[in-house]
Design a binder for this molecule. Sequence first.
Ligand code: LLP
Length: 414
Amino acid sequence: MDHFELRDGALYAENVAVAEIARQHGTPCFVYSRATLERHYRAFDEALSGVDHQVCYAVKANSNLAVLDVLARLGAGFDIVSGGELERVLRAGGDAGKVVFSGVGKTADEMRTALQAGIFCFNVESAFELEQLDAVARSLGTRAPIALRVNPDVDAGTHPYISTGLKNNKFGVDIATAERLYAQAAGMDGIEVAGVASHIGSQLLEIRPLLDALDRVLALVERLAARGIVLRHIDCGGGLGVRYKDERPPEPRDWASAIKAKLAGRGLRVLTEPGRAIAGNAGILVTRVLGIKHGEEKSFAIVDAAMNDLLRPTLYQAWMDIVPVQPRDGKVHRYDVVGPVCESGDWIGRERDLAIDAGDLLAVRTAGAYGFVMASNYNTRARAAELMVDGDRVHVVRARETLDDLMRGEARLP
Ligand code: LLP
């Protein structure tokens, strides 16, 4: 459930008319709903009540400082994949002690910064990372808490670009390797073995693969315990899907009750790293129709947002819902909704039936996750403004970029 709805024939974000936001702040713009973010975070937090747990929001999904701030205030932890994301968490008032650091290519500098900040855990993804982290921690006279990210080799049944738990993915280490690395890690002076992590993919629409992965990870936990390596926590990763069209993703409470059953009596603290399920439906992209163009075979609605603003459709052939902000009566026509970027792949939606005219506003739904964060400046297009609605107030949480912003740091030859 989200807080974007049609009211009296117009789209509202909480208590604010989206058309009014567009009038004041221009288009394209991303509009986020604080109440929706809070609702989704709480859905995970409450679903895990009764077990020792920490919800670590995956910062990559939407790393705007205001989004992180809203979640930090609720007690969220954070899953980060770079030193940059750590800096964002700290600037947003997040607690370093609730941060897990994932990613296959952490640099020594990033390791040092994260150790000095006192993060909760490094999710280590390879033997070379373990050795480097050990060395960095020893050079600082400390021990780095680690979980190995294991790759349980289950098929998450999602798009190949966002599936991460198969043998041929670059992520994590296979279970046999993990067992060997844990034994090695237990003997390292700069390493403190703390837990185990797995993340099998994103936009998952079934719980089954997550449970299969958990079974394999728990079998590993038992084998390690038998060897005297006792883990304190298990990080189940993120990945629960959202509804873009007609999907029926599992609810956090269904997922949580299934995993609680498997974890009962094991004394393991549970971590989870949801990104999309928290931020996805908490944001929309608002764009204006620049004009209508009827080609011989197709009609195009050319809008002021483009693939540089929202990459998911062209990168993953992702279907994202496009709705008029102020629906009008009139003839419905079939359009490809495309942007101004000079690429045939620059489309936001294909074959959409819409009653629209030049000047109308459209909203792309479920654009709160992997939306702005994947934006670029291709074609020297300034990135869109980001706004957060909180009840009847609208806050600019990232100003629209200016051309000076875009060219900062560039220079002509002397
Ligand atoms: N934890 C780890 C280690 C991850 O790699 C990811 C996502 C998450 C958590 C959060 O997954 P979520 O709950 O959001 O599914 N750009 C793609 C999605 C890439 C996801 C990458 N990893 C998209 O737009 O669909």
